[in-house]
Design a protein around this ligand. Structure first.
Ligand code: ZN
Ligand code: MN
Length: 481
């Protein structure tokens, strides 16, 4: 991809707050009838006065600190004027010249190594209402508006144009989400909790702004589409114009909405109903409340538990998973825990679209203890995990109910493997030549004979040992001859 430049403006709902940014209406509107969480302030009725939610300011500072930003001494709100039906007052209370924080960064682990993505600013603003278009935005005959969302606290995180590929954009968003969840200010599972405006230009051309992309995958898809679209224009000798586009998730394309308004069109001016807020005196106290963040946790896991960095990376990807690991690792061997949680359990959860709360750490401890004592096999342990997720139950019950056998001793399983090799000389010959099917065949025979009570890894080890001996003998014979 040539000279792709991407910058993101990420709107994050501070949705762990109980009330909205400038009124006391509840933010818990997701299962409510439209327009039931509203008041004169968030409906923009004449004479209603906003009051800033102090907890929202604290949460914003928390995020800004975690993003390595400079926190300003004081901050103030502006009116951003534009007319759109989701905006009750005809302006949005937002920030302009004096945002809460500037000059932050997030470090990303990309295929090309570690990259630092600069964050230009972090500012607070109110969420507009929610528009529901029947069908698609460009064909819809009418739109519905729900003002329950009007006035919910948003944080806008604006990056410098430092991202180079759609994939990097996705990595950035995942990292940001990870940090926000560690800070306990954000629940990503709520609909519309994170919305992205993505700016993208190619080879020095004009940039398109794709508005309001509401899913993580959507951002990557929309950007990939834009690269193709803009490249095609350039190839045909057509100039890319600066404009605002909409991403249609269903069709996977972007559509032109309007040529982009300039900043002056918004007629920003200071919000006369709110006074500037001094924030510098809150920073030290908030710093003390910052939890351990993902990168620090990853390093600590490697140092403290001696697990691989790859396992640590998977385990810290969700706070719940990281905590689960620590609970289990205090009871059983940390490396065994990391392997089974990161490689096996996480995979089984993903497959079922479940999160870690679906599994009890106590059950994991029991399973690992059985594995350590060889009272179940690796296959058996996987079966227990799957059964718990699919049907429920406890590890001990399941072992009994399914008649799972203890692991066969090394000597017995060795003897059976050797017998299988002897009885199937052709297959073993093929295995020595590196044929995969032969390996599967021999494995199948051993599993049949042992009723699956020997670990695959043990069998593979034994097969490889026999192979080595055979090759060794062959070359010795060759030398003698
Ligand atoms: Zn309200
Ligand atoms: Mn905004």
């Amino acid at each position: 991809m040539k000279d792709v430049i991407i910058g993101l403006e990420v709107h994050v709902q501070l949705n762990k707050l109980r009330s909205k940014l400038f009124c006391s209406c509840s933010t818990q509107y997701h299962d409510s009838e439209p327009d039931t969480h509203t008041c004169p302030v968030c409906l923009g009725l004449p004479g209603a006065l906003p009051v800033t939610n102090g907890k929202a300011v604290d949460n914003a500072i928390k995020v800004a600190l975690a993003l390595n930003c400079n926190i300003e001494e004081w901050t103030m709100f502006y009116r951003k004027n534009y007319y759109y039906p989701d905006l009750v007052k005809g302006f949005q209370i937002s920030q302009y010249d004096y945002p809460i924080a500037t000059n932050g960064s997030i470090s990303l682990e990309t295929e090309g190594g570690e990259r630092t993505i600069r964050i230009k600013r972090v500012h607070m603003e109110e969420d507009p209402g929610r528009l529901v278009h029947v069908g698609t935005i460009d064909k819809s005959k009418y739109s519905l508006i729900d003002y329950n969302r009007s006035g919910v606290a948003l944080l806008e995180v604006v990056t410098e144009p430092d991202l180079r590929t759609p994939k990097e954009a996705r990595l950035f968003l995942n990292k940001l989400k990870n940090i926000l969840e560690y800070l306990d200010v954000f629940d990503s599972s709520l609909e519309g909790s994170l919305r992205v405006d993505a700016n993208i230009s190619i080879a020095g051309g004009k940039r398109a702004e794709i508005k309001n992309i509401s899913s993580y995958k959507g951002v990557e898809k929309a950007l990939l589409f834009e690269i193709v679209r803009q490249n095609n224009l350039v190839r045909r000798g057509v100039k890319v114009v600066q404009e605002t586009r909409h991403f249609d998730e269903v069709r996977g394309i972007t559509i032109s909405l309007r040529t982009k308004e300039g900043e002056e069109d918004y007629r920003y001016f200071p919000e006369p109903d709110l006074v500037p807020i001094t924030i510098v005196d809150r920073v030290d106290d908030i710093k003390k409340t910052l939890p351990e963040l993902p990168d620090a946790k990853r390093q600590r896991f490697v140092l403290q538990y001696g697990i691989s960095d790859n396992h640590a990376k998977v385990l810290i990807s969700e706070l719940g998973l990281a905590n689960f690991f620590e609970t289990v690792a205090t009871e059983v061997d940390a490396n065994l825990s990391a392997t089974w949680i990161a490689d096996v359990l996480k995979g089984e959860l993903n497959y079922r679209d479940l999160d870690i709360s679906a599994f009890s750490p106590g059950h994991m401890v029991q399973i690992l203890q059985m594995l350590k004592k060889d009272t179940i096999t690796e296959n058996g342990a996987v079966q227990v995990i799957r059964t718990i997720l699919d049907e429920g139950g406890t590890p001990l019950d399941i072992v009994e109910r399914k008649g799972l056998q203890p692991k066969m001793g090394a000597e017995a399983s060795g003897n059976i493997t050797l017998r299988v090799i002897e009885e199937n000389p052709d297959a073993f010959q093929d295995f020595c030549k590196g044929k995969n099917e032969a390996m599967h065949f021999l494995m199948g025979q051993v599993m049949k004979e042992t009723h699956g009570t020997v670990d695959r890894s043990t069998v593979i080890e034994l097969l490889n040992k026999s192979k080595k001996e055979k090759l060794q003998n062959a070359s010795d014979n060759h030398r003698e001859a």
